[in-house]
Write a protein that binds this ligand. Structure first.
Ligand code: KG4
Ligand code: ZN
Length: 399
């Protein structure tokens, strides 16, 4: 890959229930990457969605539209790209410019008002590219970030690079928030990635940078979704992953019944978690009213069943494809037991494979991983910044 110049990147992520903005400075190719995070902000909507037991897309869209611009301003101030005291440097938008901004943000009236109030009042920052999550995710939520990126691109004349959210999760393992050497600098291919989030469960094989082949995926629920649904069955709040993990820590390991390990012996790399969720439902009905001891033991047994399936399938994929590197990305990798078990199994059975998991702060949705994906896309375009014609950029072959 070509070297590209020092680049300042503004990244926006609104695919689900976290509004996230990062400003990152990057330089060099994948062998000598220097990557400094100047601002990494996340505004979580979890407290709001908890009341409804899961993410409500229309509420997610409304919250993104409310929070995104304040978060953007904070990020620009924090990174030093905009001086908060230096107001009214540029003129107001022309009538034509304002009309175009209104057109771009017509479906986000609250964001439009905030945009017209604040953006013309600040000096355009010295940003080289705006990177935004294009999908997959909740469509109404994604559009808020995409439309803000388009409006900023129009007013500041900065190109937009749309990127795939799952690619962000893969690359999240290669970034750090501190100034330590990023792990990206000595990645050996093939790379096998296990992606486990609220919306996805995939095994992805990469023979080179930005090359992705999905070799297996869930046929029904994603792992994170299963955690969230089982938590609800157990009477635990949303999001279920952290709650189940917390309860599982208290368990003795003697469940009232063993739970199934779905598709453990199938001859492919696909997964299925809805039967496991149904098994929990039947067990909870049978044991009703559920005692706290049983709740705790079922939480642990469910978590263990998920980990067993993920480890077995990933192990088989390692035996078949002989990757040098195993990446685990997506919100569920925040699970402590899962991290530990993968660490033990790789050390014992596949000692030549290098296991990479993201720092906890980069495990769940964030914009720093999106910034890194955008930077590598620009690098792959051989230093050329792609044009800002949004529709011209295809999505990755990741689902
Ligand atoms: O990647 P992410 O932040 O959002 C999506 O792209 O979906 O993943 C969110 C998912 C949720 O389902 C949540 O329950 C799960 O990650 N999660 C966990 C843990 N922390 C978050 N699952 C298991 N254990 C955890 N500690
Ligand atoms: Zn995610």
């Amino acid at each position: 890959m070509l070297d590209s110049e020092d680049m300042k990147i503004l990244a926006i992520e609104t695919s689900c229930d976290e509004t996230a903005v990062s400003v990152v400075e990057a330089k060099g190719d994948t062998e000598h990457l220097q990557f400094e995070v100047l601002s990494h902000l996340i505004s979580s909507q979890i407290a709001l969605h908890t009341k409804w037991g899961g993410v409500v897309p229309s509420l997610a869209k409304r919250e993104h539209a409310r929070n995104l611009l304040p978060l953007l301003l904070e990020s620009l101030y924090e990174s030093g790209l905009v001086n908060p005291k230096q107001k009214k440097i540029r003129d107001n938008l022309t009538i034509q410019e304002a009309a175009e901004v209104r057109r771009i943000l017509e479906r986000e009236p609250e964001l439009l008002d905030l945009f017209l109030q604040h953006i013309p009042a600040i000096k355009p920052p010295e940003v080289d590219i705006i990177v935004v999550t294009q999908g997959p995710g909740l469509e109404p939520a994604l559009w808020v970030g995409i439309n803000l990126a388009k409006a900023l691109s129009f007013v500041w004349k900065i190109p937009v690079i749309p990127v795939n959210h799952m690619e962000g999760h893969i690359l999240s393992v290669m970034a750090t928030l501190d100034k330590k050497q990023p792990k990206i600098n000595n990645i050996k291919f093939p790379v096998l990635s296990l992606l486990i989030s609220g919306g996805h469960t995939e095994l992805v094989l990469s023979k080179d940078w930005l090359n992705y082949q999905v070799i297996g995926q869930t046929r029904d629920d994603a792992v994170g979704e299963a955690f969230d649904k089982v938590a609800r069955i157990l009477g635990l709040p949303y999001p279920g992953g952290p709650e189940i993990s917390r309860l599982a820590d208290l368990a003795s390991g003697h469940p009232p019944e063993k739970l199934p390990r779905p598709m453990l012996n199938s001859n492919d790399f696909d997964f299925s978690f809805s039967g496991l969720k149904t098994a929990v439902l039947y067990l909870v009905k049978k044991l009703s009213p559920l005692s706290q001891i049983n709740r705790v033991e079922i939480a642990r047994e469910f978590q263990q069943a998920v980990i067993d399936v993920l480890i077995t399938k990933t192990g088989r994929a390692i035996q078949k494809y002989h990757p040098h590197t195993l990446v685990i990305g997506g919100g569920v990798v925040a699970n402590k037991d899962l991290r530990e078990k993968f660490g033990e199994v790789i050390k014992e059975h596949f000692p030549t494979v290098r296991l990479l998991v993201p720092d906890l702060s980069l495990s769940t949705d964030n914009a720093t991983m999106i910034a890194l994906a955008g930077y590598l896309r620009v690098q792959a375009a051989e230093g050329q910044v792609p044009t800002n014609d949004f529709a011209a950029h295809g999505t990755l072959p990741l689902s």
